[in-house]
Design a protein around this ligand. Structure first.
Ligand code: ATP
Ligand code: MG
Length: 626
């Protein structure tokens, strides 16, 4: 089955079970400065899982675009990609385990046609010391489901990693883990602060067969990484809340959060243990054709190119530009890694004469445009950006090659030289070593080089971890005020420059807001002053900020502002500043916002810090309340 067949089967299956199909949120979380990317289906829905009512109801399903920058180095194995789609279904205080587990099982066996003998499942094994019991309910449900298929399903308790999973399969079908099958934002049950929700989860694995088992022998179990098993889906049951005394009570409203890998399910639907052969089939075919080389002989490089270019296409379509910082840094890194991998296939010596990675964009857009029309709408822009980045990187590589030539001419290559080539010129170490070797320089101080590089990476890692520790939308007061100021600013820009001005991107931190909008010229000082004046006037008027749920059509009729290219569900939430009937500003938005505009003055006066060009016809404003 293709990706789109599996995707539509899944959405239709859950629709028939009373779920509203909601569109994927963008890959860049809106108004959430704590995380760079949307990495799971759950992430955009956290506010609703924590109790806010969702405009589409209590049963939701979707296929969420996800990007995991953390998995970038993993790409090259048979199961990890940085970009993938996570199939999701949610119960917001509606159904629970008795429905969820049988539905997912039915979907896999009946809709996808998987052999139930190849499915193995895991459940929470209990944390007796803090009074959380083993998830017996899920065990019973699974036993029944398997026995209905004529499979006798034994439960085997494997406990924690410290206790050792060495006991292996022991003929089991359902496996209990204490450390792998618990979900909370803080991790394991004993790490959770009081007041946090959490609960057991249950994962489904596909078994590719015993032959993968050889390296691990009798110690293999579903979560071992020898390659025999592949995790395809995970049902999280938000069942408990941690209390002040450290014990766990049942939540008054229990939620289900299911996440399953679309690409992995499509792969196993064909019995393939390589997600790329199914999820990246057309890119691989195109690469084989243009390079004349085979996937089977260049597997790792093909995988890197295929994943990275696809991820870059989706990120750019969600408004990210190649850059040296924030999200843009990852697009740059993805493209550079893809370009280098492509060079490697074609042979390092022939660099400069490689097929462009930009040539792969058309095929990706073609494959996905049904589900993600924004790709088609922005195809030209995506191609321009990738081509520009590619051209620049080739120049960088050429310069690096010249610099290397200079060092070699001097007859030696120090650790410092190599470090400079790698960090300043982005020149790959393998190329340096190869070239140096061929030119008679037999000794390069690799140990010294690695030490320099390690110091450098530790510095940049410390920087990026800062950005990853989050997960939940940042609702700190300052950010919320800036979010409301952002709405006022957009409307003020339309008032001063004209109604044709619309938002093209936004980003809000606790310190400042940033908006990108279409406008062809530098704003004059008078225009900027007038925009500031209007925003501050509206803050003084102390207008109410009102959230209303309505049908998308109605919101469109009212002229509610929405972001270019974004997709919305049939029921939407709309924020008006001023009463709905006579609103100053009206936007499709999930919030959060202040209740009335005078609250903004608690941070200070609205001021534009900077107005600059980001691209042809797109301007950026950074502004503060201070
Ligand atoms: P794994 O342990 O295999 O890396 P995970 O535990 O990180 O997966 P979850 O966070 O539970 O995965 O995500 C839910 C589902 O999303 C997984 O069951 C899997 O099918 C899919 N998934 C997760 N990460 C990736 C990835 N990097 N590439 C493709 N699919 C993924
Ligand atoms: Mg998991």
């Amino acid at each position: 089955m293709t990706l789109s067949e599996v995707r539509s089967k899944y959405l239709e299956f859950f629709k028939a079970k009373g779920h509203a199909i909601i569109p994927s949120a963008p890959l860049v979380p809106e108004n959430d400065p704590t995380t760079l990317f949307t990495g799971s289906g759950m992430q955009p829905l956290v506010p609703y899982l924590l109790g806010q009512p969702h405009p589409s109801g209590t049963r939701l399903t979707d296929s969420q675009k996800s990007f995991r920058s953390m998995d970038i180095e993993e790409v090259g194995d048979n199961r990890h990609t940085t970009f993938f789609e996570m199939l999701g279904n949610w119960s917001l205080g509606d159904y629970f385990k008795q429905e969820q587990l049988p539905w997912f099982f039915e979907f896999l066996v009946k809709e996808i046609g998987l052999d139930p003998n190849r499915l193995y499942v895991t459940v929470f094994d209990g944390a007796q010391d803090i009074g959380v019991p083993r998830d017996e309910e899920s065990i019973d449900i699974w036993k029944k489901l398997f026995s209905d298929q004529g499979i006798e399903a034994e439960f085997v308790s494997l406990g924690s990693e410290e206790a050792g999973y060495q006991k292996g399969m022991q003929g089991g079908r359902i496996f209990g883990y204490t450390d792998k099958n618990w979900w909370s934002r803080a991790g394991a049950p004993h790490k959770m602060p009081a007041g946090e929700p959490g609960g057991p989860d249950s994962e489904v694995f596909y078994d590719f067969g015993i032959e993968h088992d050889i390296a691990w022998g009798p110690e293999c179990h579903p979560n071992c990484d020898c390659g025999r098993f592949l995790e395809i889906g995970n049902s999280v049951f938000m069942q408990y809340i941690k209390q002040e005394d450290g014990t766990f009570a049942l939540l008054p409203k229990q939620n289900v959060d299911f996440g399953g890998g679309l690409e992995r399910i499509a792969a196993v639907s064909e019995g393939s243990d390589d997600v790329f052969t199914v999820a990246h089939r057309s890119i691989i075919a195109q690469l084989e054709q243009s390079t004349g080389k085979k996937y089977a002989e260049n597997t790792r490089a093909f995988r890197i190119i295929a994943d990275h270019i696809k991820a870059a296409v989706f990120l750019i379509s969600d408004g990210v530009r190649p850059d040296n910082k924030d999200q843009g840094y990852f697009v740059r890194r993805l493209l550079r890694r893809a370009i280098r991998a492509l060079q490697k296939i074609e042979g390092a010596r022939e660099r400069g004469a490689f097929t462009s990675v930009a040539a792969l964009i058309g095929g990706i857009v073609e494959e996905y445009k049904g589900q993600y029309p924004e790709l088609h709408a922005k195809q030209k822009e995506i191609e321009e950006q990738v081509t520009e980045e590619e051209t620049r990187f080739r120049i960088t590589l050429d310069r690096g090659a010249k610099e290397l030539e200079r060092f070699i001419g001097q007859g030696s290559l120090t650790a410092q030289d190599a470090f400079q080539l790698v960090t300043t010129f982005g020149f790959p170490l393998e190329l340096i070593l190869e070239e140096a070797g061929e030119r008679g320089i037999k000794q390069v101080d690799i140990v010294g080089f690695k030490e320099l590089l390690k110091g450098h990476q530790d510095l940049s890692r410390a920087g990026s971890e800062q950005k990853f520790k989050g997960g939940l939308a940042d609702t700190s007061e300052k950010t919320v005020r800036l979010h409301t100021a952002h709405h006022l600013l957009l409307k003020a820009l339309q008032t001063v420059l004209g109604p044709e001005v619309h938002q093209r991107g936004s980003n809000i931190t606790g310190e400042r807001l940033r908006i990108d909008f279409n406008w062809g010229a530098k704003m004059t000082d008078e225009q900027k002053k007038e925009v500031e004046r209007i925003v501050n006037e509206k803050i003084k008027e102390d207008l109410p900020v009102v959230r209303t749920e309505m049908d998308k059509e109605e919101a469109e009729k009212l002229g509610a502002e929405h972001e270019f290219g974004a997709k919305y569900p049939d029921r939407v939430s709309v924020y008006s500043i001023g009463p709905l009937e006579s609103a100053f500003s009206l936007e499709f938005c999930g919030g959060p916002h202040v209740e009335h505009t005078a609250q903004l003055s608690e941070s200070g006066v609205f001021r534009i810090l900077k107005e600059e060009a980001v691209a042809q016809g797109v301007r950026r404003i950074k502004a503060v309340l201070e």
